[in-house]
Design a protein around this ligand. Structure first.
Ligand SMILES: [Mg+2]
Length: 316
């Protein structure tokens, strides 16, 4: 499979998972398959809970903000990403993580806001930096393992002061990178875990173990560890993009984000062509604070194309 098919699969797959999971946020386990019993029916992108059919939530909106900063600034410009996040947060998006909102609106500078929030609250290991990582994971893949994990940690740290969130985001970046290199991300897990900060390795080893099940989670899946563990579990225990997304949303809880992370991994793994067209057709990403812009499938593909330019150069 061409790398650009996998790169587009990661970006679009994450957005599709987010939009499908949005209407089920904070719902009970099994709600998705109760409403849509048969896979492949095609009517799943039907909205609800305040979301229009195909409307992506804050997860994808923030992923697009990161992508546009990387492309327009020609690389990682952390103050610029933070400023875009702030502009977006000030424009009353339909959904925004509690911690993310606090960090983006507390008036502190970009390099202190998250750290101070963590110092005061002592709890900052939400999945809010992991949920938006599909675009940066594609962009930094060509730069190699060290560079992509480093970038993941820095972008995560803009809103999350807890290193647990940085490490989870860095693992996701590296899993996408190896998948774009045609390696199996599940086989690569032990090697990836060896790259995790020692203070956080055991916790991630537990939720990424082959026999781990989301029912074993010790926190709500809005926390970074069970969110990543559940996404990897959904990829491991299913055999198609659609089934991975269904399994992720059926876990209940923070369904949009668990499905966004699952969709990023499964989209890279199975490639763009494996994502059902009846899911991508109604997909759209509003960008509050950015002149009423709404991205559609063609825009996301263009974005993925440009983010993955380094990959196609390496393919020669
Ligand atoms: Mg969301």
């Amino acid at each position: 499979m061409k790398r650009i098919q996998r790169a587009a699969g990661a970006v679009v797959g994450s957005a599709v998972g987010d939009a499908l999971g949005g209407p089920f946020e904070f719902g009970p386990p099994g709600a998705f398959s109760a409403r849509f019993p048969a896979p492949g029916a095609g009517s799943e992108m039907s909205g609800g809970g305040g979301w229009d059919p195909g409307e992506a939530t804050d997860d994808t909106q923030m992923a697009v903000l990161v992508a546009e900063s990387l492309l327009e600034r020609g690389g990682l410009d952390l103050p610029d990403i933070f400023a875009r996040f702030q502009r977006w947060a000030a424009s009353e998006p339909k959904d925004i993580g509690l911690q993310t909102e606090d960090v983006l609106t507390n008036g502190m500078p970009w390099n202190l806001a998250a750290a101070i929030h963590f110092q005061v609250n002592q709890r900052a290991a939400g999945n809010g930096s992991l949920m938006r990582a599909s675009t940066s994971a594609v962009h930094f893949a060509a730069a190699g393992q060290e560079a992509t994990m480093d970038a993941a940690r820095r972008i995560a740290a803009l809103t999350h002061g807890d290193r647990a969130a940085w490490e989870g985001t860095a693992i996701f970046h590296e899993l996408i990178r190896v998948t774009l290199e045609d390696a199996d991300p599940l086989t690569a897990l032990p090697d990836v875990l060896a790259l995790v900060h020692p203070d956080h390795r055991d916790r991630y080893s537990a939720v990424l173990a082959p026999d781990w099940h989301p029912e074993q989670a010790t926190e709500f899946n809005g926390a970074v560890w069970p969110c990543l563990g559940s996404a990897v579990w959904a990829l491991r225990t299913t055999a198609s993009f659609e089934d991975a997304i269904r399994a992720a949303i059926d876990l209940g809880g923070d369904t949009d984000t668990v499905a966004a992370v699952t969709g990023g991994l499964a989209g890279a793994y199975y490639g763009l062509a494996a994502i059902p067209a009846h899911w991508t057709q109604p997909l759209h990403v509003p960008l509050p604070g950015f002149d009423g812009r709404v991205l559609h499938m063609a825009d996301l593909l263009h974005l993925a194309d440009r983010l993955g330019e380094g990959l196609s150069k390496r393919q020669v």
